[in-house]
Write a protein that binds this ligand. Structure first.
Ligand code: AMP
Ligand code: MG
Length: 431
Protein backbone atom coordinates (compact mmCIF):
# COMPACT_ATOMS: atom_id res chain seq x y z
CA UNK A 1 0.00 0.00 0.00
CA UNK A 2 1.28 3.50 -0.69
CA UNK A 3 2.26 5.67 2.24
CA UNK A 4 -0.47 8.14 1.43
CA UNK A 5 -3.08 5.37 1.37
CA UNK A 6 -1.81 3.96 4.62
CA UNK A 7 -1.90 7.37 6.21
CA UNK A 8 -5.42 8.11 4.99
CA UNK A 9 -6.64 4.83 6.56
CA UNK A 10 -6.00 6.39 9.94
CA UNK A 11 -9.26 8.22 10.39
CA UNK A 12 -8.06 10.29 13.33
CA UNK A 13 -4.92 11.51 11.56
CA UNK A 14 -5.07 14.94 9.97
CA UNK A 15 -1.90 15.91 8.05
CA UNK A 16 -2.54 19.53 8.99
CA UNK A 17 -2.74 18.83 12.70
CA UNK A 18 -1.00 15.64 13.67
CA UNK A 19 0.04 15.14 17.25
CA UNK A 20 3.72 14.41 17.87
CA UNK A 21 2.76 10.97 19.20
CA UNK A 22 0.71 10.14 16.09
CA UNK A 23 3.56 11.18 13.81
CA UNK A 24 6.06 9.13 15.82
CA UNK A 25 3.83 6.05 15.79
CA UNK A 26 3.10 6.32 12.06
CA UNK A 27 6.79 6.59 11.20
CA UNK A 28 7.64 3.63 13.41
CA UNK A 29 5.11 1.40 11.72
CA UNK A 30 6.66 1.93 8.29
CA UNK A 31 10.23 1.04 9.08
CA UNK A 32 11.91 -2.33 8.72
CA UNK A 33 15.41 -2.72 10.11
CA UNK A 34 18.50 -3.46 8.04
CA UNK A 35 19.32 -7.17 7.93
CA UNK A 36 22.85 -7.33 6.56
CA UNK A 37 25.34 -8.52 9.14
CA UNK A 38 29.05 -8.19 9.41
CA UNK A 39 31.64 -9.48 11.83
CA UNK A 40 33.76 -6.83 13.48
CA UNK A 41 36.56 -6.85 16.02
CA UNK A 42 35.12 -6.31 19.49
CA UNK A 43 36.28 -2.71 19.95
CA UNK A 44 34.77 -1.79 16.59
CA UNK A 45 31.41 -3.05 17.84
CA UNK A 46 30.97 -0.17 20.28
CA UNK A 47 27.78 1.70 19.41
CA UNK A 48 26.71 -0.97 16.92
CA UNK A 49 23.73 -3.32 17.17
CA UNK A 50 24.23 -6.99 17.93
CA UNK A 51 22.94 -9.14 15.05
CA UNK A 52 22.87 -12.61 16.70
CA UNK A 53 22.05 -13.96 20.13
CA UNK A 54 25.22 -14.56 22.05
CA UNK A 55 25.17 -17.67 24.24
CA UNK A 56 27.61 -17.99 27.11
CA UNK A 57 29.98 -20.83 26.14
CA UNK A 58 30.87 -21.39 29.79
CA UNK A 59 29.98 -20.16 33.24
CA UNK A 60 31.03 -16.63 34.16
CA UNK A 61 32.66 -16.64 36.62
CA UNK A 62 34.03 -20.05 35.76
CA UNK A 63 34.49 -21.07 39.40
CA UNK A 64 33.36 -20.01 42.86
CA UNK A 65 35.60 -17.22 44.10
CA UNK A 66 35.99 -14.85 46.98
CA UNK A 67 34.38 -11.42 46.78
CA UNK A 68 36.63 -10.02 49.53
CA UNK A 69 40.12 -10.25 50.96
CA UNK A 70 39.86 -12.42 54.09
CA UNK A 71 39.93 -16.01 55.26
CA UNK A 72 38.24 -19.04 53.73
CA UNK A 73 36.74 -21.12 56.54
CA UNK A 74 34.39 -24.03 57.22
CA UNK A 75 31.15 -22.52 58.47
CA UNK A 76 30.61 -25.47 60.81
CA UNK A 77 33.81 -24.45 62.67
CA UNK A 78 32.73 -20.86 63.35
CA UNK A 79 29.02 -21.38 64.05
CA UNK A 80 29.51 -22.01 67.77
CA UNK A 81 28.22 -18.64 69.04
CA UNK A 82 31.62 -17.47 70.31
CA UNK A 83 35.14 -16.71 69.08
CA UNK A 84 36.87 -19.45 67.09
CA UNK A 85 40.61 -20.02 66.78
CA UNK A 86 41.66 -21.42 63.38
CA UNK A 87 45.06 -22.40 61.99
CA UNK A 88 46.07 -20.64 58.74
CA UNK A 89 47.43 -23.22 56.27
CA UNK A 90 48.48 -20.84 53.49
CA UNK A 91 47.17 -18.34 50.97
CA UNK A 92 44.82 -18.61 47.98
CA UNK A 93 45.44 -15.93 45.33
CA UNK A 94 43.40 -14.98 42.26
CA UNK A 95 44.78 -17.21 39.54
CA UNK A 96 46.71 -19.31 42.05
CA UNK A 97 44.47 -21.60 44.08
CA UNK A 98 45.41 -23.20 47.38
CA UNK A 99 45.66 -26.83 46.29
CA UNK A 100 45.00 -28.78 49.52
CA UNK A 101 41.63 -29.21 51.17
CA UNK A 102 41.10 -27.74 54.64
CA UNK A 103 39.89 -29.73 57.61
CA UNK A 104 38.35 -29.01 60.99
CA UNK A 105 39.96 -26.04 62.76
CA UNK A 106 41.79 -24.91 59.62
CA UNK A 107 41.50 -21.97 57.25
CA UNK A 108 43.28 -20.29 54.35
CA UNK A 109 44.06 -16.65 53.74
CA UNK A 110 42.13 -15.75 50.56
CA UNK A 111 42.32 -12.81 48.18
CA UNK A 112 39.50 -11.40 46.07
CA UNK A 113 38.90 -13.54 42.98
CA UNK A 114 40.65 -16.62 44.38
CA UNK A 115 38.71 -19.90 44.53
CA UNK A 116 38.07 -21.12 48.08
CA UNK A 117 39.95 -24.37 48.81
CA UNK A 118 38.05 -27.65 49.02
CA UNK A 119 36.29 -27.82 52.37
CA UNK A 120 35.84 -24.04 52.76
CA UNK A 121 32.31 -22.72 52.30
CA UNK A 122 32.46 -19.22 53.79
CA UNK A 123 34.75 -16.19 53.66
CA UNK A 124 35.38 -14.02 56.72
CA UNK A 125 36.58 -10.52 55.87
CA UNK A 126 40.05 -9.72 57.15
CA UNK A 127 38.93 -6.60 59.01
CA UNK A 128 37.00 -8.57 61.66
CA UNK A 129 39.70 -11.16 62.27
CA UNK A 130 42.38 -10.97 65.01
CA UNK A 131 45.82 -12.38 64.14
CA UNK A 132 47.63 -14.68 66.56
CA UNK A 133 50.84 -16.09 65.07
CA UNK A 134 49.83 -18.70 62.49
CA UNK A 135 46.29 -18.65 63.86
CA UNK A 136 43.36 -16.27 63.55
CA UNK A 137 40.46 -15.59 65.85
CA UNK A 138 37.07 -15.28 64.12
CA UNK A 139 34.20 -13.54 65.92
CA UNK A 140 30.69 -15.09 65.94
CA UNK A 141 27.89 -14.13 63.53
CA UNK A 142 29.36 -15.39 60.21
CA UNK A 143 26.73 -16.38 57.65
CA UNK A 144 27.10 -19.65 55.69
CA UNK A 145 28.38 -18.94 52.14
CA UNK A 146 29.01 -15.24 52.73
CA UNK A 147 31.38 -13.32 50.41
CA UNK A 148 31.60 -16.13 47.88
CA UNK A 149 30.66 -15.33 44.27
CA UNK A 150 29.20 -18.45 42.67
CA UNK A 151 30.24 -19.97 39.36
CA UNK A 152 27.78 -18.89 36.67
CA UNK A 153 26.37 -16.13 38.87
CA UNK A 154 27.10 -13.53 36.16
CA UNK A 155 26.26 -15.77 33.17
CA UNK A 156 25.27 -19.42 33.14
CA UNK A 157 26.76 -21.67 30.44
CA UNK A 158 24.40 -22.10 27.46
CA UNK A 159 22.12 -19.24 28.47
CA UNK A 160 21.86 -16.12 26.26
CA UNK A 161 24.30 -13.52 27.50
CA UNK A 162 22.93 -10.93 25.05
CA UNK A 163 20.19 -11.11 22.46
CA UNK A 164 20.16 -9.74 18.93
CA UNK A 165 19.08 -6.11 18.81
CA UNK A 166 21.12 -5.04 21.79
CA UNK A 167 22.89 -1.73 21.33
CA UNK A 168 26.48 -2.36 22.38
CA UNK A 169 27.70 0.04 25.05
CA UNK A 170 30.86 -0.26 27.14
CA UNK A 171 29.21 -2.74 29.54
CA UNK A 172 28.15 -5.05 26.69
CA UNK A 173 31.60 -4.85 25.10
CA UNK A 174 33.13 -5.89 28.42
CA UNK A 175 30.58 -8.67 28.85
CA UNK A 176 31.39 -10.05 25.39
CA UNK A 177 35.10 -9.91 26.24
CA UNK A 178 34.37 -11.88 29.43
CA UNK A 179 33.06 -14.66 27.15
CA UNK A 180 36.36 -14.68 25.27
CA UNK A 181 34.88 -13.41 21.97
CA UNK A 182 37.29 -11.34 19.90
CA UNK A 183 34.78 -10.71 17.12
CA UNK A 184 31.06 -10.15 17.11
CA UNK A 185 28.30 -10.12 14.51
CA UNK A 186 26.58 -6.73 14.14
CA UNK A 187 24.15 -5.18 11.68
CA UNK A 188 25.74 -3.03 9.05
CA UNK A 189 25.88 0.65 9.70
CA UNK A 190 23.11 2.85 8.42
CA UNK A 191 24.11 5.24 5.64
CA UNK A 192 22.52 8.64 6.07
CA UNK A 193 22.86 11.47 3.56
CA UNK A 194 21.99 15.00 4.56
CA UNK A 195 21.69 18.33 2.86
CA UNK A 196 20.53 21.85 3.54
CA UNK A 197 18.19 23.77 1.28
CA UNK A 198 18.02 27.52 0.98
CA UNK A 199 19.26 30.33 -1.27
CA UNK A 200 20.24 32.29 1.82
CA UNK A 201 22.74 29.72 3.07
CA UNK A 202 26.50 30.10 2.99
CA UNK A 203 28.87 27.25 3.78
CA UNK A 204 31.49 27.91 6.41
CA UNK A 205 34.83 28.90 4.96
CA UNK A 206 33.19 31.26 2.46
CA UNK A 207 32.50 34.97 3.08
CA UNK A 208 29.02 35.73 4.40
CA UNK A 209 27.19 37.75 1.74
CA UNK A 210 24.63 40.45 2.48
CA UNK A 211 21.44 38.98 4.01
CA UNK A 212 22.80 35.47 4.14
CA UNK A 213 23.37 33.07 7.04
CA UNK A 214 25.88 30.35 7.61
CA UNK A 215 24.52 26.85 7.27
CA UNK A 216 24.55 25.46 10.79
CA UNK A 217 22.05 22.63 10.28
CA UNK A 218 24.55 20.47 8.44
CA UNK A 219 26.75 20.64 11.51
CA UNK A 220 24.13 19.83 14.11
CA UNK A 221 22.84 17.01 11.87
CA UNK A 222 26.39 15.75 11.31
CA UNK A 223 26.91 15.75 15.09
CA UNK A 224 23.65 14.00 15.93
CA UNK A 225 24.15 11.31 13.29
CA UNK A 226 27.78 10.72 14.18
CA UNK A 227 26.87 10.30 17.84
CA UNK A 228 24.44 7.59 16.77
CA UNK A 229 27.11 5.71 14.88
CA UNK A 230 25.70 6.33 11.39
CA UNK A 231 27.82 6.51 8.28
CA UNK A 232 27.27 10.09 7.14
CA UNK A 233 27.29 11.62 3.71
CA UNK A 234 27.25 15.41 3.59
CA UNK A 235 25.69 16.59 0.33
CA UNK A 236 26.14 20.28 1.05
CA UNK A 237 23.86 23.22 0.43
CA UNK A 238 21.25 22.92 -2.29
CA UNK A 239 19.72 26.02 -3.84
CA UNK A 240 15.96 26.49 -3.86
CA UNK A 241 15.76 25.56 -7.50
CA UNK A 242 13.79 22.55 -8.75
CA UNK A 243 16.42 21.11 -11.07
CA UNK A 244 19.25 21.39 -8.55
CA UNK A 245 17.08 19.99 -5.79
CA UNK A 246 15.89 17.10 -7.90
CA UNK A 247 19.45 16.13 -8.79
CA UNK A 248 20.53 16.37 -5.14
CA UNK A 249 17.68 14.23 -3.84
CA UNK A 250 18.25 11.61 -6.55
CA UNK A 251 21.91 11.44 -5.62
CA UNK A 252 21.07 11.23 -1.92
CA UNK A 253 18.53 8.45 -2.38
CA UNK A 254 20.94 6.40 -4.50
CA UNK A 255 23.71 6.71 -1.94
CA UNK A 256 21.97 6.24 1.39
CA UNK A 257 19.36 4.38 3.41
CA UNK A 258 18.02 7.61 4.82
CA UNK A 259 18.03 11.16 3.51
CA UNK A 260 17.68 14.10 5.86
CA UNK A 261 17.05 17.54 4.47
CA UNK A 262 16.49 20.76 6.32
CA UNK A 263 14.48 23.73 5.15
CA UNK A 264 11.99 23.97 2.36
CA UNK A 265 9.01 22.42 4.12
CA UNK A 266 7.53 25.59 5.59
CA UNK A 267 4.25 26.80 4.10
CA UNK A 268 5.84 29.29 1.69
CA UNK A 269 8.20 26.74 0.21
CA UNK A 270 6.38 23.46 0.61
CA UNK A 271 4.25 23.76 -2.54
CA UNK A 272 7.22 23.80 -4.85
CA UNK A 273 8.99 21.05 -2.90
CA UNK A 274 5.77 19.01 -2.79
CA UNK A 275 5.59 18.97 -6.56
CA UNK A 276 9.19 17.88 -6.78
CA UNK A 277 8.79 15.14 -4.18
CA UNK A 278 5.76 13.74 -5.97
CA UNK A 279 8.10 13.10 -8.92
CA UNK A 280 10.75 11.47 -6.78
CA UNK A 281 8.74 9.19 -4.54
CA UNK A 282 6.00 9.25 -1.95
CA UNK A 283 6.34 11.96 0.60
CA UNK A 284 3.79 13.13 3.14
CA UNK A 285 3.84 16.74 4.22
CA UNK A 286 2.68 17.23 7.76
CA UNK A 287 1.95 20.07 10.09
CA UNK A 288 2.62 18.59 13.46
CA UNK A 289 0.97 20.03 16.55
CA UNK A 290 4.24 20.83 18.21
CA UNK A 291 6.57 23.72 18.87
CA UNK A 292 9.12 24.11 17.53
CA UNK A 293 9.10 21.94 14.41
CA UNK A 294 5.59 22.21 13.03
CA UNK A 295 6.22 21.48 9.34
CA UNK A 296 7.87 18.18 8.53
CA UNK A 297 7.94 15.82 5.58
CA UNK A 298 8.27 12.07 5.81
CA UNK A 299 8.33 9.51 3.09
CA UNK A 300 10.47 7.54 0.70
CA UNK A 301 12.44 8.48 -2.35
CA UNK A 302 12.67 5.96 -5.17
CA UNK A 303 16.13 4.87 -6.13
CA UNK A 304 16.54 5.08 -9.89
CA UNK A 305 17.02 1.70 -11.49
CA UNK A 306 16.71 -0.24 -8.26
CA UNK A 307 14.07 -2.91 -7.82
CA UNK A 308 11.33 -2.53 -5.26
CA UNK A 309 12.54 -5.45 -3.21
CA UNK A 310 15.56 -6.34 -1.16
CA UNK A 311 16.74 -4.68 1.96
CA UNK A 312 16.20 -1.09 0.88
CA UNK A 313 13.04 -1.83 -1.06
CA UNK A 314 14.37 0.33 -3.87
CA UNK A 315 13.82 3.45 -1.82
CA UNK A 316 15.48 5.65 0.77
CA UNK A 317 13.58 7.07 3.71
CA UNK A 318 13.24 10.81 3.69
CA UNK A 319 12.96 13.10 6.68
CA UNK A 320 12.31 16.65 5.49
CA UNK A 321 13.02 18.67 8.61
CA UNK A 322 12.15 22.33 9.05
CA UNK A 323 14.86 24.92 8.42
CA UNK A 324 15.00 26.65 11.77
CA UNK A 325 18.06 25.41 13.61
CA UNK A 326 16.30 24.55 16.88
CA UNK A 327 13.40 22.94 15.05
CA UNK A 328 15.91 20.72 13.24
CA UNK A 329 17.32 19.44 16.51
CA UNK A 330 13.93 18.99 18.14
CA UNK A 331 12.46 17.06 15.22
CA UNK A 332 15.63 14.98 14.92
CA UNK A 333 15.56 13.99 18.57
CA UNK A 334 11.79 13.48 18.70
CA UNK A 335 11.33 11.54 15.44
CA UNK A 336 14.50 10.78 13.53
CA UNK A 337 16.58 9.42 16.39
CA UNK A 338 14.05 6.73 17.23
CA UNK A 339 13.50 5.91 13.55
CA UNK A 340 17.22 5.52 12.93
CA UNK A 341 17.66 3.23 15.91
CA UNK A 342 14.76 1.10 14.64
CA UNK A 343 16.34 0.94 11.17
CA UNK A 344 19.70 0.05 12.73
CA UNK A 345 17.99 -3.00 14.23
CA UNK A 346 18.07 -1.80 17.85
CA UNK A 347 15.44 -3.71 19.80
CA UNK A 348 14.26 -2.26 22.03
CA UNK A 349 14.97 1.23 20.77
CA UNK A 350 16.66 3.03 23.66
CA UNK A 351 14.14 5.38 25.23
CA UNK A 352 14.91 8.73 26.74
CA UNK A 353 12.97 8.91 29.99
CA UNK A 354 10.76 11.82 30.90
CA UNK A 355 11.70 12.78 34.42
CA UNK A 356 9.74 15.00 36.80
CA UNK A 357 11.19 18.35 37.87
CA UNK A 358 9.80 21.51 39.42
CA UNK A 359 9.54 24.43 37.07
CA UNK A 360 11.00 27.57 38.65
CA UNK A 361 8.93 30.05 36.65
CA UNK A 362 5.61 30.37 34.86
CA UNK A 363 5.54 29.17 31.23
CA UNK A 364 3.08 30.15 28.55
CA UNK A 365 1.73 27.07 26.84
CA UNK A 366 -1.12 26.60 24.38
CA UNK A 367 -3.14 23.40 24.86
CA UNK A 368 -3.36 21.26 21.73
CA UNK A 369 0.31 20.99 20.84
CA UNK A 370 3.41 19.49 22.40
CA UNK A 371 6.13 21.98 23.25
CA UNK A 372 9.78 21.27 23.66
CA UNK A 373 11.27 24.21 25.51
CA UNK A 374 14.99 24.28 26.18
CA UNK A 375 15.63 24.05 29.90
CA UNK A 376 18.41 24.24 32.42
CA UNK A 377 18.02 21.61 35.09
CA UNK A 378 19.87 21.96 38.38
CA UNK A 379 19.73 20.59 41.89
CA UNK A 380 18.61 23.26 44.34
CA UNK A 381 18.15 22.37 48.02
CA UNK A 382 17.91 18.68 47.21
CA UNK A 383 15.22 19.18 44.56
CA UNK A 384 15.67 19.05 40.77
CA UNK A 385 14.42 22.33 39.36
CA UNK A 386 14.26 23.46 35.76
CA UNK A 387 14.18 26.91 34.27
CA UNK A 388 13.81 27.75 30.59
CA UNK A 389 16.94 28.85 28.71
CA UNK A 390 16.88 32.58 27.92
CA UNK A 391 15.55 32.95 24.35
CA UNK A 392 13.16 30.27 23.15
CA UNK A 393 12.88 31.24 19.45
CA UNK A 394 13.09 28.28 17.11
CA UNK A 395 15.99 29.94 15.34
CA UNK A 396 18.00 30.62 18.50
CA UNK A 397 20.51 27.80 18.52
CA UNK A 398 22.14 29.20 21.63
CA UNK A 399 19.10 28.04 23.61
CA UNK A 400 20.09 24.46 22.72
CA UNK A 401 23.74 25.07 23.53
CA UNK A 402 22.93 26.67 26.91
CA UNK A 403 20.33 24.06 27.86
CA UNK A 404 20.86 20.62 29.32
CA UNK A 405 17.33 19.29 28.80
CA UNK A 406 14.04 19.68 26.99
CA UNK A 407 11.10 20.74 29.08
CA UNK A 408 8.39 18.63 27.47
CA UNK A 409 4.98 20.22 27.81
CA UNK A 410 2.37 17.65 26.86
CA UNK A 411 -0.19 18.06 24.11
CA UNK A 412 -3.19 18.79 26.34
CA UNK A 413 -1.44 20.94 28.89
CA UNK A 414 -2.09 24.66 29.25
CA UNK A 415 -0.01 27.32 31.00
CA UNK A 416 2.47 26.22 33.65
CA UNK A 417 2.61 28.08 36.97
CA UNK A 418 5.83 28.58 38.92
CA UNK A 419 6.37 25.54 41.12
CA UNK A 420 4.38 23.14 38.89
CA UNK A 421 5.86 19.78 38.03
CA UNK A 422 6.96 19.32 34.42
CA UNK A 423 8.62 16.49 32.50
CA UNK A 424 12.22 16.91 31.35
CA UNK A 425 14.33 14.92 28.91
CA UNK A 426 18.03 15.14 29.70
CA UNK A 427 20.42 15.79 26.83
CA UNK A 428 23.30 13.86 28.39
CA UNK A 429 23.41 10.40 29.86
CA UNK A 430 26.08 8.59 31.79
CA UNK A 431 27.06 6.11 29.11
P1 AMP B 1 12.80 27.34 5.91
O1 AMP B 1 12.22 26.21 6.70
O2 AMP B 1 13.60 26.89 4.76
O3 AMP B 1 11.74 28.34 5.56
O4 AMP B 1 13.81 28.08 6.90
C1 AMP B 1 13.37 28.64 8.11
C2 AMP B 1 14.45 29.48 8.72
O5 AMP B 1 15.57 28.66 9.04
C3 AMP B 1 14.99 30.58 7.85
O6 AMP B 1 15.25 31.70 8.66
C4 AMP B 1 16.25 30.01 7.31
O7 AMP B 1 17.19 31.02 6.97
C5 AMP B 1 16.75 29.19 8.45
N1 AMP B 1 17.57 28.09 7.96
C6 AMP B 1 17.18 27.20 7.02
N2 AMP B 1 18.16 26.32 6.79
C7 AMP B 1 19.18 26.68 7.59
C8 AMP B 1 20.48 26.15 7.81
N3 AMP B 1 20.89 25.07 7.13
N4 AMP B 1 21.29 26.73 8.73
C9 AMP B 1 20.85 27.81 9.41
N5 AMP B 1 19.64 28.36 9.25
C10 AMP B 1 18.81 27.81 8.35
MG1 MG C 1 14.30 27.72 3.02
Amino acid sequence: MSLAAEFSCLSDHDPDSLSADQARAFIRRQLTPVRTRERVALRGALGRVLACDLLAPFNVPGHDNSAMDGYAVRHADVANGGNTRLRVLGTALAGKAFAQPIGEGECVRIMTGAPPPVGADTVVVQEVVALDGDHIVVPPGQRLGQHIRRAGEDLAAGKPALVAGRLLRPAEIGLIASLGCAEVSVFRRLRVAFLSTGDELCSIGTPLGEGRVYDSNRYTIFGMLTRMGCEVLDLGVVRDDPATMEAAFREAAAAADVVISSGGVSVGEADFVKGLMAELGEVLFWKIAMKPGRPMAFGRLRVDGEEICGERGGAAWLFGLPGNPVAVMVTFYQFVREALYALMGADPVPVVPLLPALCTGALKKVAGRTEFQRGILSLVDGQWRVRPAAAQGSGVLRSMADANCFIVLEHDRGNVAAGDQVGVQLFDGLV
